[in-house]
Write a protein that binds this ligand. Sequence first.
Ligand SMILES: Nc1ncnc2c1ncn2[C@@H]1O[C@H](COP(=O)(O)OP(=O)(O)OP(=O)(O)O)[C@@H](O)[C@H]1O
Ligand SMILES: [Mg+2]
Length: 459
Amino acid sequence: MNQPPNRRILLIDDTPSIHEDFRKILMPDEASTEALDEMESALFGDAAKPQAQAFELHCAYGGEEGLGLLTSAMAQQRPYALAFVDMRMPQGWDGAKTIEELWKVAPDLQVVVCTAYSDYSWDDLLFRLHAHDRLLILKKPFDNIEVQQMANTLANKWDMARRASLQTSQLERLVEERTQALQLEIEERKHLESQLVQSEKLASLGQLAAGVAHEINNPVGFISSNLSTLDGYFKQLQQMLDAYQRSEAHIAEPEHRDPLTALRNELDLDFLKEDIPILIRESKDGIGRVVQIVKDLKNFSRVDNDQTWQFANLQQGIDSTLNIVASELKYKADVIKHYAPLPEIECLASQLNQVVMNLVINAAQAMGPERGTITISNGVEGEHVWLEVADNGCGIAPDTVQKIFDPFFTTKPVGEGTGLGLSLSYGIVKKHRGDISVSSELGKGTKFRVVLPIRQTAA
Ligand SMILES: Nc1ncnc2c1ncn2[C@@H]1O[C@H](COP(=O)(O)OP(=O)(O)OP(=O)(O)O)[C@@H](O)[C@H]1O
Ligand SMILES: [Mg+2]
């Protein structure tokens, strides 16, 4: 902002002697400067005497030439503060046309029209140029001090206008910056709000899940134990049936033996004996799965607190988990590890393993027919360690992302996913007073980040 004042002046006049006159007035030698200074002191007094600053005068003989000077001055970023333009120039552009062209290149150029007479009425000229505030009129023959004062005043006016416009644009920039900062803040708040809603929703879902799990536990318990008993009873019944069947052949009277044989064939007893144990076994499998889901649900809702907190090595946990799921990954993805040295962290180690397992299996399941890459990284940040599981799989659509931590939310075919993996993981991470977040791009891949405190209790 602290540029030196602009003292550059352009003169456009077809009369060479006028160029000489202006040079004498605006760029006088030392002696005449003093003479002028004395005159000024006499007029305005010593105190008010302005600092005499030399002008830099450039002259042209016609409008086109003047425009050329102005254009190259603008290109060099050395604009003129004002131009004196002769009104009547018989060759080429006249004054009005010249001024029009000058303003196209430098709209803030101050202009003085010099003339003895005019081809326009002044009203017409001002109207044509739309410029009542940038145009002064200097009638020939002119007075030296008149010219000099016009130059001084208009050069200052040009400077002030420039400063004002710089200030305005600086102000606009500040407003713009502040607006952006506010917008960021608003977005940040919206994000926090949605996180809050999400965690409240999950907390209430957790309570619900705990209740449901509790209710289911009981019947599941007796169904499971009844099935075992039933299995045993049926084996005994089968022994009895086999014994009866063996005796059947030894019944002498056909009227007793034949109905038994007929009934046995009608009921297809052989098939029943084969199928009932299968049905019982399948039911036991099914109930076993329900038990697992209930256990997961309880885990998710953090009702089971029977595990002990201990300091454990997270990387060891990750590695042993990777071993367990190795067969799942083998044909789907390569695993790349970026491990940084980690301190042991206070945790429920087996539960954290479960988190890692869910994330890694999800990553593997996100791969298409092509073999993908799963990158596991970790590190320390202050009082926390972080773990990231990134994949280059299918990614998650933006409107799906907020649902993935919901229990039972799955996009996988029936039988492949129960939709509990992430909700469980969320519960486990929260139990560790940690945080789990996701960033994903559809078609590109997904990255889960888990942050965990190193210690659960203040040291
Ligand atoms: N790495 C990932 N890439 C793409 N989608 C993912 C990824 N991880 C999770 N998802 C999406 O989030 C959903 C929920 O995941 P979550 O692990 O909770 O359940 P699931 O994998 O479907 O079933 P489960 O884990 O119980 O077998 C998935 O069905 C899938 O749509
Ligand atoms: Mg899963």
